[in-house]
Design a protein around this ligand. Sequence first.
Ligand SMILES: NC(=O)c1ccc[n+]([C@@H]2O[C@H](COP(=O)([O-])OP(=O)(O)OC[C@H]3O[C@@H](n4cnc5c(N)ncnc54)[C@H](OP(=O)(O)O)[C@@H]3O)[C@@H](O)[C@H]2O)c1
Length: 334
Amino acid sequence: MKGTLRYLIGAAGPSGFGSNSTAEQVTEDCSSLISPHLTAIITGATSGIGAETARVLAKRGLRIVIPARDLKKAAEVKERIQKESPKSEIIVMDLDLSSFASVKRFCSAFLSLGLPLNILINNAGKFSDSLEFSEDKFEMTFATNYLGHFLLTEILLERMIETAAETGIEGRIINVSSIIHSWAKKEAFQFNDMVKPKSYNGTRAYAQSKLANILHAKEVARQLKAMNARVTINAVHPGIVKTGIIRDHKGLITDSVFFLASKLLKSTAQGASTTCHVALSPQLNGTSGKYFADCNESSCSVLANDEKEARKLWKQTRTLIYKRLCQPSSPKPV
Ligand SMILES: NC(=O)c1ccc[n+]([C@@H]2O[C@H](COP(=O)([O-])OP(=O)(O)OC[C@H]3O[C@@H](n4cnc5c(N)ncnc54)[C@H](OP(=O)(O)O)[C@@H]3O)[C@@H](O)[C@H]2O)c1
């Protein structure tokens, strides 16, 4: 009750920001701290929260890489950003997160540019009403929201660790999750069922993929700490924003809920604020493995906090990916 009230009035939390804060507001004081060569990759930046995140981070002087499956849309976003911030450097590259081959191709192309990598924002997301399978024959929502980002992070991590060591600037990974992760039930959170479901429910698949995003952040944070790497990884809930992911869906969690909860909706500018805060705020130096909402650390579900579940999911995912890519399937020891 108290939390809902705080949300509705936009009360600031310990960070000094709250549900009403916009991405521009939370990054206003960060400009002087940003090295001109800071590079960020933002997935899903062709629309919604990702496009706003890219616009604001470019405005703050970051070099932005937009990997996209729709290059025309990405070029339009680039043009809009450069109209507003003419000096900004925006690189558009091809990536379909639902395909392991495409993720590998994107990573090779990015790494061959020889650029540093300071920030990786795993933001792209999909909500599918009906059962679809990816090119690799895995359930599409799980493949796009979780498996693709897992592989992307895995391949780019070395460059992030190197960049942080060379520059002394902490690298940051942000997994964009959702409060809906808490709808996922432990009994149904079974890896084999998630990759190849026997029965399908779109909301359940989405919730499970968003839970996997948090567990991924928690386990990778643990591994990075064990390696003393200067890279952090956190998960965020951006708030409920009427973007493409919602507009495309008529029915249960959309029309009625949105009608009743219209007061709870955030603007896109507000929806991008938690990601931007976690990406740039000096308050969060060294903070890793946490979950944020409304620009403040928040609590996630019991299942999302389960370390054993996080480690198990990481091992199962790594084994699946490497088996699919015909490479050694044993997880690296940490
Ligand atoms: N909106 C909300 O209320 C809300 C609430 C909680 C969490 N989230 C999370 O916030 C993130 C951003 O969502 P949004 O609301 O901004 O939705 P959106 O406007 O629909 O944006 C989704 C983005 O993901 C990209 N994408 C989807 N499938 C992809 C694929 N296979 N390969 C590469 N890119 C792909 C889309 O690219 P295309 O342009 O090619 O489609 C688009 O750029 C998502 O992770 C979502 O789960 C949103």
